[in-house]
Design a protein around this ligand. Structure first.
Ligand code: CA2
Length: 150
């Protein structure tokens, strides 16, 4: 099982600012935990962060060739990026959209993700632990599609 985790703009600053919303865990710590989880569930893992929309689009396109499932925290691009939405629509495997905070409990600007329509599942509000839940969800969704079970 090959998993790609993509992180959008400003998530490189996790743990440094606004800990009351996003917690004090850094993205490097999240990556370490994700790599341990990948080993546990027998997955290979590509883990990336970019502040640039086009770079994220390139990685989503690349995932079509090198990944079975895609986990994406699009951050601020959740609310604006038709380019990422278009790229996600052509990915064949499960896509888990992930947010550290509960976007539904946020202000109007942070409430409606344009990308969720292309996601198989959405996880939000669980903090950094959501990344591990998303990896388990990806494994579950892949297993289900292989076996065709409910
Ligand atoms: O909760 C999430 O994971 C978000 O995707 C994070 C985005 C926000 O726009 C979404 O509504 C929810 C923002 C990421 C910004 O990250 C920062 C990290 C540290 C300090 C400031 C921003």
């Amino acid at each position: 099982m090959r998993l790609t985790i993509l992180n959008g703009p400003n998530l490189n600053l996790l743990g440094e600012r606004e800990p009351e919303i996003y917690g004090s865990t850094t993205l490097a710590e999240i990556e370490t935990d994700c790599r341990a989880c990948a080993e546990r569930i027998g997955a290979s893992l590509s883990f990336h962060q970019s502040n640039h929309e086009g770079v994220l689009v390139d990685w989503i396109q690349a995932a079509r060739l090198n990944s079975d499932a895609l986990i994406i925290n699009p951050a601020g691009y959740s609310f604006s990026s038709i380019a990422m939405l278009d790229a996600m629509k052509i990915f064949k495997g499960p896509i888990i959209e992930l947010h550290i905070s509960n976007i539904h409990a946020r202000d109007e600007q942070h409430r409606h993700s344009k990308l969720s329509v292309a996601a198989t599942a959405v996880i939000c509000g669980v903090g950094p632990r959501g990344y591990l839940l998303a990896m388990e969800a990806a494994a579950y969704l892949l297993g289900r599609s292989v076996r065709g079970a409910a």
